[in-house]
Write a protein that binds this ligand. Structure first.
Ligand code: NAD
Length: 498
């Protein structure tokens, strides 16, 4: 059985904390590894290594820094199958989905290859008599990332690639539920030529997270996870004077207009609602057909599709989705289905009784579909994070704009229609950070940026894309006068550009 310790100073080190937690294999419910729950002392050791290594890394020219990421991409491609296999075993998602998880991370590494260009500052010649101005971007020093279980390859790469490319040293605290892939990525960065100490992985739970939040040598923290923890990390990190960005949970709506191509819409909805067993922050968890006739037609097509979803172990290439990540997650999702029934929503498809033959102890459930969900129900207001889709019937377009806009989460939203006017107006008015028009999961490409609004995002910059370079650097502005010997005499009034 694997025992994950930490990756500090370029080495896999055993934990000395004396605390460990099980890492499950969701496909059959067995324990496949143990992960260390690190201590403050271990975090301190990682930060000390990072702090010692960072100045030389920051002084390495950006093209050379980029070349290491180029090599890293080669290594990820070389090990892609093994990484996807490990990811699927610890998370439960299917192998094709695990490969997508890796690829969406790789795309942000590809963006980071442009760091020589992205780090360029600005220059103004002759801003005053003999005066030139320039601004430069400098790294922050040691920064940290705290990541969730649901994208164990993608989100660590979203965090460490731009941060390290900018010249920072990085402490990664991955999810304790599937730490295998983040540990491997750190090893691959070292193999690619990254100096020891620039990327460290410290495994653990709240104890390590709190130590990160309070460590005076950590300048910035990027977090992705549930909203309650996001808010906690944002408050405590900011109170300690750090730069913090936290991305939280979601309740993503898909609006279906009466003119939408229903076959195309149902295809999009079933994939976005049930892919990865609904354990995606951009999963569609609420479908909003506009008008009763649209709703009736939608349900007619949707019910047999949900009933016929193919659930299987991650090793089955034909499976639509696999098990949930842990037994606790499975029970939590089933409990929400029970709540929905008690609240009076109509359970049109009940997947709770699903058992996977030959894998009876795996954390599986079938797809569930609720109709007649209303906005006062807990199953509408709260994030379920499982293969459960709620249908909320809207009377008209106005209600369809209002529902996602008034929801306390604001990560993603989609509208399916053939009407360009309606789509344009919806995109302009809806109070949500990422909008898809006939695109169910509108995760922007890596050279844009990703971020939700309201309870889905805390802080004022998004992750990856140009915002990530702003987040992981500080701007210095230099005002210079040459020749230095220009004599104007002493001036006591505030200097201005005369
Ligand atoms: P989580 O909040 O349970 O855990 C996220 C991280 O926080 C983990 O590293 C965990 O160890 C740490 N953590 C957990 N409890 C803590 C505590 N009490 N104090 C300090 N640290 C703690 O989230 P999860 O279950 O791993 O991931 C699923 C959640 O992440 C969902 O809500 C999902 O919507 C969200 N998510 C959001 C985005 C986004 O970009 N908005 C992306 C992916 C996932």
């Amino acid at each position: 059985m694997d025992h994950y310790g930490h990756f500090i100073g370029g080495k896999n080190v055993k934990s000395t904390s004396g605390r460990e937690q099980d890492v499950f294999q969701p496909l059959d419910g067995t324990v496949r590894a143990k992960v260390a729950l690190g201590s403050k002392a271990e975090l301190d050791a990682a930060v000390a290594n990072a702090k010692a290594a960072q100045p030389a890394w920051a002084a390495t020219n950006p093209q050379r820094r980029a070349r290491i990421f180029m090599k890293f991409l080669e290594l990820v491609a070389r090990d892609n199958d093994a990484l996807a296999e490990l990811l699927a075993r610890e998370h439960g998602k299917t192998i094709p989905d695990a490969k997508g998880d890796i690829l969406r991370g790789v795309e942000v590494v590809e963006f980071a290859l442009g760091i020589p260009h992205l780090m360029k500052g600005e220059y103004t010649e002759g801003a005053g008599p003999g005066i030139d101005l320039y601004s430069i971007r400098q790294p922050l020093g040691v920064v940290a990332g705290i990541t969730p279980f649901n994208f164990p390859a993608m989100i660590p790469m979203w965090k460490f690639a731009p941060a390290i490319a900018c010249g920072n040293a990085f402490i990664l605290k991955p999810s304790e539920r599937d730490p295998g892939v983040p540990m491997k990525l750190a090893e691959l960065m070292l193999e690619a030529g990254l100096p020891a100490g620039i990327l460290n992985v410290v495994n653990g739970d709240k104890e390590v997270v709190d130590a990160i939040l309070d460590h005076e040598d950590i300048s910035a923290i990027g977090f992705v996870g549930s909203s309650s923890i996001a808010q906690y990390i944002y408050s405590r990190g900011c109170a300690n004077g750090k730069r913090v960005q936290c991305f939280g949970g979601a309740k993503n709506h898909m609006i279906i207009m009466p003119d939408a191509d229903l076959d195309q819409t149902v295809d999009a909805l079933i994939g976005a609602g049930y892919g990865a067993a609904g354990e995606r922050c951009m999963a569609v968890s609420v479908a909003v057909p506009v008008g009763q006739a649209t709703a009736d037609r939608l349900m007619e097509k949707l019910i047999p599709r949900v009933e016929n979803l193919k659930i299987g172990p991650s090793t089955d290439p034909a499976a639509d989705f696999g098990p949930l990540v842990t037994k606790a997650a499975l029970e939590r999702v089933k409990n929400y289905v029970e709540i929905g029934v008690k609240e009076g929503a109509k359970l049109a498809v009940d997947g709770r009784g699903f058992k996977m033959q030959g894998y009876e102890d795996g954390f599986y459930m079938g797809g569930c579909l609720f109709d007649n969900v209303t906005s006062d129900m807990r199953i509408y207001k709260e994030e379920i994070f499982g293969p459960v889709l709620s249908v909320v019937r809207a009377h008209d377009f106005e209600e369809a704009v209002r529902l996602p806009s008034e929801h306390e989460y604001g990560n993603g939203v989609a509208i399916f229609t053939r009407d360009g006017d309606a789509a344009r107006e919806f995109a302009a008015r809806v109070q949500v950070g990422m909008v898809g028009i006939n695109v169910p999961i509108p995760v922007p490409v890596s050279y844009y940026t990703f971020g939700g609004w309201k309870k889905s995002g805390f802080g004022d910059l998004n992750q990856y894309g140009p915002d990530s370079v702003r987040f992981y650097t500080k701007t210095k502005t230099v005002t210079s006068r040459w020749p230095s010997g220009v004599k104007e005499g002493a001036e006591f009034a505030m200097p201005t550009m005369k």
